[in-house]
Design a protein around this ligand. Structure first.
Ligand code: NAD
Length: 465
């Protein structure tokens, strides 16, 4: 658990920032491309010049290994570069080709205009990419933006507040810190868009508050993202890639492989492969200094995971050990049945239940009986199996033969479906999220001779094709 004290903003301070950002947006300050690019550049500098401090802060909050934080921060820098290079093209108005002859001379154009004053609410597990990633898209889109990071990662949230105040224009962008009362106050204000990342329970609160102002919302939620091992899968590589996905941030990742459906006849072979890679990943055990195995965010999440493990009817084949209230060893559980305690909710921790299945039809039935996950991981080389899962299952993303690498492809939209959320972000899609498509039509006065038929009185014979 972090020892940093996070000062929460007062409700007056929140209102003051809101008024300031409203004024800035109305004055048009954030619209020019030079301004957007300068602020994006500053956001890139913020990260690049403070890499060690940013790593240390998230290390304090989560004991996160440096290598994982470097990947997260590189993601922010890459996103900034991509936006700087492309923002002007993304924002270019699009001429529309009108089809009917009598409208040919009309100017029909779609303008890309910023939504306005937007709010980003983020979680604690990847505090930089999930707060600064949406912020960079809001900057690119020409919005002013408040970011409210999670109070459960106090060192990272405090540092982001200080650095943003130093690097970015305070008239346009602000990090406001707080817990439920402060977020509730933020949600009472009228925003032009809200992008929320977090749990489904909070997401529904956010969407309900936004509805009072008819504010559009993007919900990036969690869920139980399954892994399916098909009959023809390469078991050794699948085991390695699943364990690597589960190991990131001790399983506290929204796209963490939550549980595995494995053919009953292959469960033992899959476990053997998992154990081989377990020994290779953590040769001295996960609690040894060399393992760099991160913490569970706080004692209450630690207790939640311990309680789930104490209730499972499956058999623990490796792990199941705790380290005070801080860490839980990567834990593999076999022979888990679909209604086991480990299958009730998103695990969001380093527990990997293996659910034996009889065939692909049963797997598809089980998947379709679950809530729709953020991602479905499928290990197969069969075109037919891929096609079956594409057509007969749902998920935000479908990944074949790997876990978590979809996050590295910022040209792709990232988002959930139904229970795992709606809307999308990443790369250009974040720009689109904070952008309104404003249709513009200029009807030439010279078109008047062709319009006679539409005017009153509506006598017979008018409007005839
Ligand atoms: P959370 O919902 O508890 O908190 C998210 C944010 O909402 C925080 O900033 C918090 O302060 C605020 N919040 C919490 N309760 C609130 C309330 N009652 N009213 C108003 N605001 C409130 O989520 P978390 O624990 O920070 O994150 C874990 C969850 O987020 C998991 O379910 C995970 O799968 C999901 N997640 C999703 C993604 C994604 O991209 N889809 C990414 C990371 C995490």
């Amino acid at each position: 658990m972090s020892f940093t004290e996070l000062r929460y903003h007062t409700l007056d301070e929140i209102s003051e920032v809101y008024e300031r950002l409203q004024k800035t947006f109305r004055a048009g300050k954030t619209r020019p491309f030079d301004y957007r690019r300068r602020q994006l550049h500053q956001l890139g500098r913020l990260v690049q010049e403070n890499l060690s401090a940013l790593e240390a802060a998230v290390g304090e909050d989560l004991g996160k290994p440096k290598l994982e934080t470097v990947g997260e921060l590189n993601g922010v820098i890459a996103g900034v570069r991509y936006a700087i290079d492309n923002v002007e093209q993304w924002a270019r108005p699009e001429k529309v080709e009108v089809v009917e002859d009598f409208k040919k001379g009309w100017d029909a154009t779609v303008y890309k205009v910023p939504h306005g004053v937007v709010l980003v609410i983020g979680p604690w597990n990847y505090p930089y990419i999930l707060n600064l990633g949406p912020l960079l898209g809001a900057i690119a889109a020409g919005c002013t933006c408040v970011v409210k990071p999670s109070e459960l990662a106090p060192a990272s949230s405090k540092l982001m507040e200080e650095l943003c105040a130093r690097y970015l224009d305070p008239d346009s962008y602000s990090i406001l810190n707080g817990a439920v009362p402060e977020t509730t106050h933020l949600l009472e204000l009228r925003w032009d868009h809200i992008l929320f990342t977090g749990s489904g329970r909070t997401g529904r609160i956010v969407a309900a508050s936004a509805a009072k102002h008819a504010t559009p919302v993007t919900l990036e939620l969690g869920g139980k993202s399954p892994v399916v091992i098909a009959d023809d899968a390469d078991l050794d590589l699948a085991a390695k890639r699943v364990l690597h996905g589960k190991g990131q941030n001790s399983g506290q990742l929204c796209v963490s492989p939550d549980h595995v459906y494995v053919p009953r006849s292959k469960q033992d072979a899959f476990i053997a492969a998992l154990l081989k890679h377990y020994d290779a990943f953590w040769p001295d055990g996960p609690f040894h200094e060399s393992a760099r195995w991160g913490k569970i965010v706080n004692p209450s999440h630690h207790a939640r995971l311990r309680a789930l493990l104490s209730r499972t009817k499956g058999e623990i084949v490796r792990g199941g050990r705790y380290d005070g209230e801080a860490r839980i060893a990567p834990t593999i559980v076999k022979n888990v049945v679909p209604d086991d305690a480990l299958m009730e909710e998103e695990l969001f921790g380093p527990i990997l239940p293996l659910v034996p299945v009889d065939d692909m039809e049963q797997t598809i039935r089980l998947l379709n009986a679950q809530t729709v996950p953020l991602v479905l991981y499928l290990f197969t080389n069969s075109e037919n199996v891929k096609q079956q899962f594409l057509e007969r299952t749902n998920s935000g993303t479908l990944v074949i033969n790997d876990t978590t690498s979809q996050l590295a492809v910022y040209e792709m939209p990232f988002g959930g479906q139904r229970d795992s959320g709606y809307g999308r972000w990443n790369g250009k899609y974040t720009f689109d999220t904070f952008t309104h498509l404003r249709s513009y039509i200029h009807v030439p006065l010279a078109a008047e001779p062709f319009m006679d038929g539409r005017y009153m009185p509506y006598t017979d014979g008018k409007y005839e094709a």
